[in-house]
Design a protein around this ligand. Structure first.
Ligand code: BTN
Length: 269
């Protein structure tokens, strides 16, 4: 998985080879591009005939983050990966999915023998040493037949050198910064796909409560005072944890408890 070279090109055949090595045999429509505007946008506009498709690219010219932010996507260094799956279940059954996807991403990173204490900031940012390592953008499309198509977009900083590459104004890091080593992105993408698949199977069967203990171990916000920006309001409170539906549980200065299902979280200064 680790690589001596900082640049091994992305290749569909390589991703498929690593999936086969992991005995992952589900049929997938696999798209790999040199450049694209956004892998999420591409999969969202793919005809509905495909029930399981993935898309990755060396760079994105209009990479999208949560809350309309831009996801800076330098060429050939990191993972920009989207997965589209169809689920035949109610929307409420998928509450907590974005947290589960971040746990799956974390598990696939830990599988690379990376021992550092990487945490998850609710709902799905990967954080190391207060710096962002990766993020997830989940978008949902409903079909006329009632099934739900989900596009899960994953941005993971892999081989970028953090010192000479100011990605954003917010602190960020990469797997290279954590380990001093380069990673083969094809192999890592295959591991991420397998991990997400396994996690979602368990999630659909047992719900988010199955992952509560793992979440608590990885929770970056637990017992911290935070600000949460929502479209209509900003809240401030102490984080008590997450509910069995994956909602953020916090208590404000007046002692009122809140369960939030969306929002942009940051540590209170
Ligand atoms: C965030 O933390 O704001 C979420 C970032 C998600 C970025 C990924 S990169 C692959 C996929 N395509 C996009 O345009 N965005 C997601």
């Amino acid at each position: 998985m680790k690589s001596l070279s900082s640049f091994i090109p992305l290749a569909k055949e390589q991703i498929q080879k690593h999936l086969a090595l992991a005995s992952f045999n589900r049929p997938i429509d696999c798209y790999v591009f040199s450049d694209i505007d956004s892998t999420n946008r591409f999969l969202k506009e793919l005809p509905m005939s495909s029930t399981y498709a993935i898309c990755s690219a060396e760079t994105q010219t209009q990479g999208r983050g949560r809350f309309g932010r831009t996801w800076v996507s330098p060429f050939g260094e990191n993972i920009y990966l989207s997965i589209r799956r169809e689920y035949d279940c109610s929307l409420s059954k998928l509450s907590g999915l974005s947290l589960v996807v971040s746990l799956a991403l974390l598990a696939s990173i830990q599988k690379q023998s990376i021992q550092q204490d990487i945490r998850i900031k609710w709902p799905n940012d990967l954080i190391w040493n207060d710096k962002k390592l990766g993020g997830i953008l989940i978008e949902m499309l409903t079909n006329t037949n009632g099934s739900i198509q989900i596009v899960m977009g994953i941005g993971l900083n892999v081989n970028t050198h953090t010192k000479d590459n100011p990605l954003t104004d917010k602190p960020w890091c990469s797997l290279y910064e954590l380990t001093g080593q380069y990673f083969d992105r094809n192999a890592l993408i295959a591991d991420i796909l397998v991990s997400i698949d396994e996690h979602i199977e368990l999630f659909l069967e047992y719900g988010f409560s199955y992952f509560q203990a793992r979440w608590q171990k990885a929770d970056y916000l637990q017992d911290k005072v935070i600000d949460v920006n929502q479209s209509q309001r900003t809240m401030n409170g102490l984080v008590l944890g997450v509910s069995n539906a994956g909602e953020l549980h916090l208590i404000d200065a007046q002692g009122r408890e809140h369960y939030l299902s969306s929002g942009d979280t940051s540590l209170s200064r």
